[in-house]
Write a protein that binds this ligand. Structure first.
Ligand code: PLP
Ligand code: COI
Length: 343
């Protein structure tokens, strides 16, 4: 049972990515055209109508972000307004009532402050994962947007998303798609993740960390690595990452793109990444809030297994990107203006 865990009992260094019930979550309701003020609650159960559109038609979306404990004990959020903006885009795509972006960040801070003792200590590598989400609720049955919504944010302390964290692991190019060509791939909506459960299970069943998805239209280009974006470093030191309307625009990926260019002095390219050309890369990785940077050791493409830098060692550019990114998040390195928001 997760409910009995208290911060003093947690082995912070060995946390994985599992749900631990923390003390407070934020909840706000949209009814008759407006959001209420919202409140913190200790109740982690939702009581909703059986006619909720989230239950039948997948009218829901979510975000993923983290709070980081710094050396001086203060707490950092990383680019939270980007999450607020992306959630608005997801809401627009599914005809949901957007939650005001400044209030989103305010509510995230409230949840972190209320759960302060759950923010992992500095130096453990762990962080407090925040999960803002919105669901369509109310008494409905026809396929149409709901009139009522619930917006909530819960927090749970986490460690590595992929087993081993910053250690290389292998991935499998899937024959399935997670999103349709002009569908919802760029929105953070539950349906994309439901579609990824079977391919993810197949990949894990074959001892890979997760599935790599190709572009749904031609199946020739790399798009996503499970619930993370892809990047590769070419032999002549270009940071390359796919661009496609069916990829989730990763805040981590755009941060790495900026860091590669401005801190590591690499050239960068965002465009097509043909799977047939993967031997151009000397290093490759998956990046995201949960994944941070997970180095891709090898990639199984049909019958062929391609190794990037090494199946056991992290490449030097990947390592530098990781140090730069996590250094900023944990407050050890000065980031560009606006990247860190103090709680
Ligand atoms: N791609 C998918 C499908 C994801 O679920 C995530 C996680 O949020 C990402 C990429 C990475 O995005 P971000 O860096 O904004 O967390
Ligand atoms: C994230 O990186 O925040 C994600 O949302 C990935 C996954 C846990 C869904």
């Amino acid at each position: 049972m997760t409910t009995d865990i208290r911060p003093k009992n947690i082995d912070w260094e060995n946390l994985d990515f599992s749900y631990i019930k923390t003390d407070y979550r934020f909840i706000s309701k949209f009814k008759e055209g407006k959001w209420d003020e919202g409140e913190l609650t200790t109740d982690n159960q939702l009581h909703i109508s059986e006619g909720s559109t989230a239950l039948h038609y997948g009218q829901q979306c979510f975000e993923g972000m983290k709070a980081y404990r710094t050396k001086d004990g203060s707490i950092n959020l990383f680019r939270p307004y980007e999450n607020a903006r992306r959630m608005k885009n997801s809401c627009d795509r599914l005809l949901m009532a957007p939650y005001p972006e400044d209030k989103f960040v305010e509510a995230v801070k409230k949840v972190v402050r209320a759960n302060e003792e759950w923010v992992p200590p500095y130096g453990t590598g762990a962080s407090l994962y925040l999960r803002p989400f919105m669901i369509g609720v109310g008494d409905n049955v026809g396929i149409k947007a709901a009139d009522e919504y619930i917006f909530s944010i819960f927090a749970t302390p986490v460690g590595s998303y992929f087993k081993g964290g910053m250690k290389p692991s292998n991935f499998l190019v899937s024959t399935y798609d997670r999103a349709a060509p002009r569908g919802t791939g760029a929105a953070k909506v539950g349906g994309n993740y439901a579609a990824s459960l079977l391919p993810g299970k197949e990949a894990k069943g074959r001892s890979f960390s997760d599935a790599v998805y190709l572009d749904p239209e031609t199946h020739t280009k790399i798009e996503e690595v499970g619930a993370a974006n892809f990047f590769g470093i070419t032999k002549d030191d270009v940071f390359v990452t796919p661009k496609s309307p069916s990829i989730l625009p990763s805040i981590t990926k755009y941060s790495l793109l900026w860091l590669a260019e401005n801190r590591l002095n690499l050239k960068t390219y965002e465009g097509d990444v043909f799977v047939k050309d993967i031997d151009q890369f000397k290093e490759a990785g998956a990046c995201g809030t949960a994944a941070v940077i997970a180095p891709i050791g090898g990639l199984q493409v049909d019958e062929a297994f391609h190794v990037f830098y090494s199946e056991t060692e992290v490449g030097p550019v990947t390592k530098r990107l990781y140090n730069e990114l996590t250094g900023i998040q944990f407050g050890e390195i000065e980031g560009p203006e606006g990247w860190i928001e103090k709680v």
